[in-house]
Design a protein around this ligand. Structure first.
Ligand code: B1M
Length: 211
């Protein structure tokens, strides 16, 4: 079995120490960090997601797999982000209210920090006003919202509306993303930008901050 397949397989079994060891092995084998992420860790998590959907695995298994994924990402982190990059702007980031998924958000943070952006990470289950307050307090250029549930996506509309109704209008952009989010949804709610993955989110955020 290839090292990337091993990573995927151990992740599905929720074996964090094995995942960490295999990620390190893949790095030592010279496999690029984004390939380890996409074809090892994310591939495994996608299979878990599919099984979760089909009721073949349940929340505890998914949680253990998610923990194993986070441990793998920790090992990968220095290889995904460039060190010592100069700060280029401030971004407020969080998973919207009602939503506890944070793996994608954490990847977004990692990629943005790697681009030299200062990221104020508000965590998960973030209410609308907290996004706005943090943007004011930190003079942020962007509010970034992540959502993984169709039931919580609507919170993003509330963030857009709150920014529009405040003094932040015109000065703070709203970027959105997460598995159920689409460009069509972004257009519907009037958010400034949708990006499908963490790396693109970091590119776009940098573009906005240095504009
Ligand atoms: Co949940 N879950 N979950 N879950 N979970 C999903 C999202 C689901 C699709 C599974 C399924 O049914 N197939 C489903 C949602 C269905 C829907 O809404 N249509 C679901 C459900 C239903 C639930 C619960 C309701 C289950 C229950 O309790 N009955 C519950 C909700 C809890 C809550 O939030 N209130 C729940 C709970 C959990 C766990 C706690 C067990 C765990 C989360 C652990 C954690 O995050 N710390 C979990 C997990 C792990 C998943 C799956 C399996 C994996 C999500 C993940 O981390 N993917 C997921 C199925 C799936 O997505 N395949 C599922 C890896 C991550 C890197 O991807 O976050 O999409 P993602 O991030 C991507 C992009 O989306 C993008 O960048 C990343 C890639 O580069 N991105 C952005 C993300 N945010 C961005 C922001 C941006 C730009 C890009 O700009 C701002």
């Amino acid at each position: 079995m290839s090292t990337l397949n091993e990573i995927s397989s151990w992740l599905q079994q929720g074996r964090a120490p094995k995942v960490k060891a295999c990620v390190q092995q893949a790095i030592d084998e010279g496999i690029p960090a984004n390939e380890i992420l996409e074809q090892g860790l994310l591939a495994g998590m996608n299979i878990i997601g599919q099984k979760f959907k089909n009721n073949e695995v349940f929340v505890p298994e998914v949680l253990i797999a998610a923990r194993a994924m986070s441990k793998g990402i920790e090992i990968l982190r220095p290889h995904l982000v460039a060190d010592g990059v100069e700060e280029k702007g401030t971004v407020v980031l969080g998973t919207v209210k009602g939503d506890l998924h944070d793996i994608g958000k954490n990847l977004v943070r990692m990629m943005m920090e790697g681009k030299g952006l200062k990221v104020i990470d508000l965590g998960v289950d973030v209410p609308v006003e907290k996004f706005l307050d943090a943007a004011r307090e930190n003079d942020a250029k962007i509010i970034c919202c992540s959502a993984l549930l169709t039931t919580t996506m609507g919170e993003m509309r509330s963030v857009v509306e709150a920014v529009e109704a405040s003094e932040l209008k015109g000065n703070v952009r709203v970027m959105i993303g997460g598995a159920p989010v689409t460009q069509t949804f972004c257009d519907q709610i009037g958010a400034d930008r949708y990006t499908p993955d963490a790396a693109t989110a970091a590119d776009v955020a940098l573009e906005i901050c240095v504009a």
